[in-house]
Structures are given as C-alpha cells and as structure tokens.
Design a protein around this ligand. Structure first.
Ligand SMILES: O=C(O)CCC(=O)C(=O)O
Ligand SMILES: [Mn+2]
Length: 375
C-alpha cells in the first residue's frame, strides 16, 4: 500500500493505468484518503473556487430545470487543470428525482438507442421500464433472480447516436435530442461561461456497484472548443482525471449524486476513467434523495415535474446499487457539418456490443470509453 502511494505521485510508464488498477482493486481495498471530496468543499492549494456567470441564468430559469440560483452553486477548479469545473450538486432539494426518472424511464425509450438493441428485437426493447417494474418492486427473495432489462441496461445514446464501432457520430443516425436535457445543459454551460451551447449528443452510462469505465479521451466530437458536460445520480464514483498522455498521473476525486463536471478548454481532451463505484455517503444517497420534487413551483414552462410515488419506488430501488452518468456533448461547431467518410454510413451491431463491454481489468480502452464489470 505504501509502495503504491509513492508510485501514485510519480509520472512515467502509463502512470494512469497503475492508478486505475489501484482504485479498482477489491482485495485489499485501496486507501481512499487521497481522493478529493468537493462536497467537503474547503479550498486548498489544489482546489480553487471557480468563477461563474451568475447573471447568465435567472433564478426562475434555473428553478424550472431544478437548479438552485447560480449564486448559490459551489463551483471549483483544480490547480493544473485549466478549463475543468466541478459543481457540487447544484440541484434544488427534491429535483434530482425528476432527472433520475428521465434517465431510467424516458430516455431509454425509442427512438433512442441502447446496448440491449444490439442483441434483442425492437419489440423486446420497446418498454424497458414497463418490463422491469414488477421485478424491481419485489422484495429481495434471497434467491438469485434473473436480472430485469433495466438492470441489464449499460448505455443509452441520444441525439447524434455515438457509433461504438467506428467511434464516430454521423448525420444519418440521429434522433431529436430531449428538450428538457437540452435546457438543463444550456443553463449549466451558460453559467460556466459558454453561452449558446448546443446539446447534440448524449451518452448515458449505467453502472452497477462492480462496474468501471476504462481510460479514454472524448475526442469524437468535431468541435473540441465546446465544453463537455457530465453529471450523475445514485451511488458515488471515483473519477480519475489525467493529462494529455497516459504517463501523467491522474487526480482522483469523488463524484456524488447530483455533482456536475464541465470539461472545457485545455481540460476538454484529457484522459479520464471511472475505476470504481463506491457507496454514496450518508446524506448523498439516492435513496435518501429528499424524495420527490416539490421544487417545480408550477410556473409556466417548468421542466421538472413531480415524480409519482410508484415511479420513485422503482427509481430508488434501482439506485440503491447503481449509478447513472449523463454526458452531454456539442458535436458540431457553428456552420460545421460532418465530413463525408465511408465510416459515416457504417453500423455493425455485433461489434458495437463487443466493443463496449471490454473485459479488460486494467482500464485499457484506447481513446474511447468502455464499461466493464465483474459479472
Ligand atoms: O461516468 C462518468 O463519470 C464518466 C463518463 C464518461 O467519461 C463518458 O461517458 O465519456
Ligand atoms: Mn468520457
């Protein structure tokens, strides 16, 4: 352990991979004492307050999407990572439940694309939520039950659907980006100094408690000058933020339910990974997630709706052992279009599935993300 802690601060031969493996290790569990916890929020030599543009989003507009007034957000930067902004759960009390319901019930619906489409018929993946509700509502029997579709969901793509095989987006595989998520993304990025963000592609990652996401860079978007937005719900994660090469040792930080990250500027193309899901600390847990929203004060144009008790029971049961991460990307800059390449017409379903579920235990995933788990 002490040996690892020393090598963690050294750079060199794939330092990222070493640290990924350190945090992914089960036996013995790693020392988490170096992991930055922004929720404890005391600025230090590494953590600096981030400047936000509070005037860019009115309190009313923020509340409509379930966010606190921008002036109350606790936003931080990290020394050595220009353009990286961490916002410690800016949601209004009760509002996360709406976004969780969207991620579990609404966004997996057609015409959006998910991993289950790769090996199941469209009628089988038609109603993932409806087909899972019963199984998720039963009290644990103690026996090994077959997994519900929701528990087998690993990713959903929105807008320009990411092609895992060719690692591209293309004009001819697109569906409407959800207006509510567009609106949330627009406000967050505006507050971070990026007005006019156009949410064009979304990737939702669904993690079980033993899942991890391999080391990668998000570089498939065509305009890298636009920020990448990430937020998550449910259980916590250890997130590793590295440098422009694998030799740079990454910084480890917790991402708790409701936390957001904006990767922009020089931090837009940095290596990153999620080696481990960790139980949400008391007070952050999704199950204790302040129940359901009364936050939407019924103004015109309110996006965040009240989640029914039945829906919330399913969501909270699911999140008890899961984490959902949403990344939102602008793919094209103003006036840009997709280059005409043969790959933009290609979609091979079988290899898409195989490519995503990379079984490697060492976080290896080239320049693209991979989720893997022990089961
Ligand atoms: O789950 C996360 O926090 C990271 C997700 C991510 O890096 C991605 O989807 O590209
Ligand atoms: Mn990523």
């Amino acid at each position: 352990m002490a040996k690892m802690a020393t090598s963690m601060v050294e750079s060199g031969d794939d330092a990222f991979r070493k640290i990924f493996k350190f945090y992914r290790r089960r036996n013995p569990p790693p020392d988490f004492s170096k992991v930055i916890d922004f929720s404890k929020g005391v600025p230090s030599d590494k953590i600096v307050p981030a400047k936000l543009d509070a005037a860019s989003v009115s309190d009313v507009e923020a509340a409509k999407v379930g966010l606190q007034p921008v002036r109350s957000w606790r936003a931080f930067g990290l020394q050595g990572y220009p353009g990286f902004i961490f916002i410690s759960n800016p949601f209004l009390v009760g509002s996360q439940s709406f976004w969780v319901r969207q991620c579990l019930k609404t966004y997996p619906q057609k015409p959006n694309v998910c991993n289950l489409d790769m090996h199941m018929s469209s009628s089988d993946t038609q109603d993932i939520w409806g087909k899972s509700v019963h199984g998720l509502s039963l009290p644990p029997s103690g026996k090994k039950e077959p997994k519900t579709l929701l528990e087998r969901l690993r990713w959903v793509t929105l807008g320009y659907h990411y092609n895992w095989d060719t690692k591209t987006y293309s004009a001819n595989h697109h569906s409407a980006f959800p207006a509510d998520l567009h609106s949330l993304s627009l406000h967050i990025t505006a507050a971070c100094g990026f007005p006019g963000f156009n949410a064009e592609a979304g990737i939702l990652n669904y993690y079980r408690s033993d899942s991890s996401l391999g080391i990668h860079v998000d570089e498939s978007e065509i305009d890298h000058s636009r920020p990448l937005l990430s937020f998550s719900f449910g259980q916590s994660a250890i997130f590793l933020l590295g440098g422009i090469c694998r030799q740079d040792p990454p910084t480890a930080m917790y991402m708790h339910s409701g936390d957001m990250m904006v990767m922009s500027g020089q931090s837009r193309l940095l290596y990153h990974a999620v080696p481990r899901i960790v139980p949400a600390p008391h007070g952050h847990a999704a199950v204790e997630m302040e129940g359901r929203s009364q936050a939407a004060s019924l103004q015109d144009g309110t996006v965040v709706e009240l989640v029914s008790e039945e829906d919330w029971a399913v969501c909270s049961r699911y999140l008890h052992s899961s984490r959902v991460n949403v990344t939102v990307r602008q793919v094209l800059g103003p006036g840009q279009s997709f280059p005409e390449t043969p790959s933009s017409h290609q979609r091979t379903n079988a290899s898409q599935t195989a490519g995503y579920h990379d079984g490697s235990a060492d976080g290896e995933s080239g320049k693209r993300r991979r989720i893997s788990s022990y089961d």
